[in-house]
Design a protein around this ligand. Sequence first.
Ligand code: GTP
Ligand code: SAM
Ligand code: SF4
Ligand code: SF4
Length: 378
Amino acid sequence: MSERIIPIVDHHYATSVPSVPADTGSAPQQPTDRFHRPLHDLRISVTDRCNFRCTYCMPKEIFDKHYEFLSHADLLSFEEITRAARIFMSLGVRKIRLTGGEPLLRKNLERLVEMLHGLRTPEGLAPELTLTTNGSILARKATLLKEARLDRVTVSLDALDDAAFRQMNDVDFPVAEVLRGIDAALAAGLGPVKVNMVVKRGTNDAQILPMAEHFRGTGVVLRFIEYMDVGNTNGWRMDEVLPSQQVIDRIHAVHALHPLEPHSAGETAQRWAYDDGAGEIGVISSVTRAFCGDCNRARLSMEGKLYLCLFATHGHDVRALLRGDPRSGLAPVSDEQLRAALAQVWTARDDRYSLLRGTAAGLAQRAERRVEMSYIGG
Ligand SMILES: Nc1nc2c(ncn2[C@@H]2O[C@H](COP(=O)(O)OP(=O)(O)OP(=O)(O)O)[C@@H](O)[C@H]2O)c(=O)[nH]1
Ligand SMILES: C[S@@+](CC[C@H](N)C(=O)[O-])C[C@H]1O[C@@H](n2cnc3c(N)ncnc32)[C@H](O)[C@@H]1O
Ligand code: SF4
Ligand code: SF4
């Protein structure tokens, strides 16, 4: 009888409970980390579940029927997420992105959107609220999300060719339904809509030009992401990364492009515009052109673990602060204590994995257990 080999892919990542400083009143308004990077984006993963099995993210052999996803009791409630987001906003966060797993699988997500929209920065502004989705049920949800005051959506789509797309999502999901979701988002006013395409050399790079031509002139901003070595399960290989420069070269050979200035420091994508005015595209080059220097993104998992890098090996247990932690005799903390603890965590941050990739320190980090993309949300 053959035994199933169980890989180490449960969600028990290394974590610790942040300490609460004695002087909680002295937390800075805008903490910066050890490389002087402020906090600006908060990316919240609301579920570890997904209805796709994209080969580069949730390979079927691992995320199969034996895989134990988190139970509902483990997840932060909408109230807990909103409270954490409010404290993060007092520390500089201005943009909040909901992600997952597939965020639209979280029941009543629009209710969370509504609650987050009700938050205010110290200047009295609502946060910029965005969502990354695989688009599979977006056609049903777009209007509800808009009514809840979501600002915009980003839809992941790796191919225009139906067979190629079904192969990438590995659950035989048709491309037409995702395109219908994108149309619904545009119709609902959830724009500018962005489309993210992960490029894997030899798998879907033949789709670069068809994708570019499909979205040219539509107002949708298509962005090409270099396939990344996130987590430990996707079998990442450098020879499957197609450098973004080659993506630009291939498109430029047919439709001339010129570079655009960044909108803001710390942006993930380098922007390019079509010379003929048919809009813009972007490339996200974490492997060949690391952008850690200005990285201002914090990530909160569905169970309330805070990660300071997409490639982190260690999380900070914010849920223990929110709920208290009977194991360590910790009582739930006040807002002021939570704020001081989070400021301290951010101040100590020195993450910069993409810059270290290939160095001894990067290789050592790569050898450790890192969070999976479907857990932390990209
Ligand atoms: N290495 C690395 N990759 C990132 C980081 N942030 C985002 N990405 C990658 O870039 C992809 C696109 O990011 P999005 O979720 O669209 O977020 P964004 O680019 O900040 O969004 P916009 O505000 O629309 O520009 C993600 O799916 C990740 O694959 C980061 O901090 N480091
Ligand atoms: C993890 S998904 C979560 C949100 C949603 N399920 C979706 O696919 O849009 C967020 C983004 O991460 C990207 N992604 C996942 N694994 C990746 C990898 N190994 N390298 C680069 N991007 C990846 C996906 O393509 C998607 O755009
Ligand atoms: S990339 Fe998104 S849609 Fe694909 S498996 Fe990962 S979480 Fe699901
Ligand atoms: S690798 Fe880590 S530090 Fe660098 S940009 Fe990505 S999330 Fe930020």
